[in-house]
Design a protein around this ligand. Sequence first.
Ligand code: NDP
Ligand code: GDR
Length: 374
Amino acid sequence: MSIFDVAPAFAQLNLPSTEEYRKRKVALISGITGQDGSYLTELLLSKGYQVHGIIRRSSSFNTGRLHHLYEDQHEHPGKFKLHYGDLSDSTNLVYIIAQVQPTEIYNLGAQSHVKVSFEMAEYTGDVDGLGTLRLLDAVRTCGLEKHVRFYQASTSELYGKVVETPQSETTPFYPRSPYGCAKLYAYWIVVNYRESYGMFACNGILFNHESPRRGRTFVTRKISRAAADISLGKQSCLYLGNIDAQRDWGHARDYVEGMWRMLQQDTPDDFVLATGETHPVREFIEKAFKVVNIKLRWSGEGVDEQAVDVKTGKVIVRVDPKYFRPAEVDLLLGNPAKAERILGWKRQIDFDTLVKEMVEADLTAAKSLVEDQN
Ligand code: NDP
Ligand code: GDR
């Protein structure tokens, strides 16, 4: 006998039927302050949802990506609310879910940096792995397991070492980092709760997706900012790790649409969202610098590889082994056929447009900073 058999499931006491309950359109997002959280909030508000988000208490400002939505709230009061919480705190998650009574939960919260997960392996396991279990169990504690639809932010990092390409929903997993291993636990606990308790729970296996709101330590944003800053003379050189790695990069705005579509189906299932194209980090660098009219010439090999500005002869990109990972994921290339067929989802923004949008956004931001300082 478990706690779920004996505890009074308090939300269940006055619950309407599942159909009636779902008409309310109330979303709860963990990780709302992150890149995907901000785009998903915009999408759900535009669809008439009431959106609740879990934010962590921080000594510094961590709601920058949501700032424009706060402003809007004065015109649409009661549509958007933030709650302090953490995926490591079960009681807090139960409390928030009991209060909000969401119809859809999007679990985007995570220590999401692969390299950092090697340094904070236990913490990453706790938040990314067990945190998912805590959220699922909080739903059950509240007696909402038949009423809530649950999205789990699964990842192409589950594939890790290349077993086959392109990678699809049936490709075996072989994670290569503590982050990948934690997300593997989360993936399977979602499948298990779906099968054990009939929960409407889905894994979105999302390949890399980027945007001008991408965290600054991820490779694409690090490159787009450097291209902007170097072109303005604010930075001299960009130091990177493995520039041979290949990724299937899409735009975050397209991917949050896919998350939402997964929860609107008749039956819960797992889906890959990807572009079906892969590009080496080196190509991202070349295209980003092209946006600011800097043409690069490569020379050297391995840790000695570098790129010079063809016009000035200055070294613009160097390899720094401190960014290498103990185990690397060399190649990701996704097959989104199932999502295209069943969800009617397809990425809209292509690779070149993504690179251009990111560099131009960083250029605008860097220029306005220069103007502010003058
Ligand atoms: P970000 O790193 O931008 O955002 C992560 C979010 O999780 C932030 O809001 C962060 O809060 C929050 N968070 C971190 N730790 C905790 C915690 N202990 N409790 C509650 N919240 C926490 O990630 P993305 O938006 O890029 O990604 C969203 C999700 O999708 C993540 O789970 C990620 O692992 C996964 N994913 C991302 C992909 C991508 O390419 N972007 C691809 C596949 C999966 P704070 O702002 O306070 O740090
Ligand atoms: P990734 O993204 O590990 O794929 O995880 P990241 O941008 O960190 O790395 C992509 C590739 O670039 C190489 N690389 C560098 N990476 C970083 N961060 N910094 C560098 O200086 C650098 N130089 C080279 C990396 O080695 C790697 O091969 C992202 C995250 O959003 C995860 O949360 C998500 O699950 C996966 O994408 C899909």
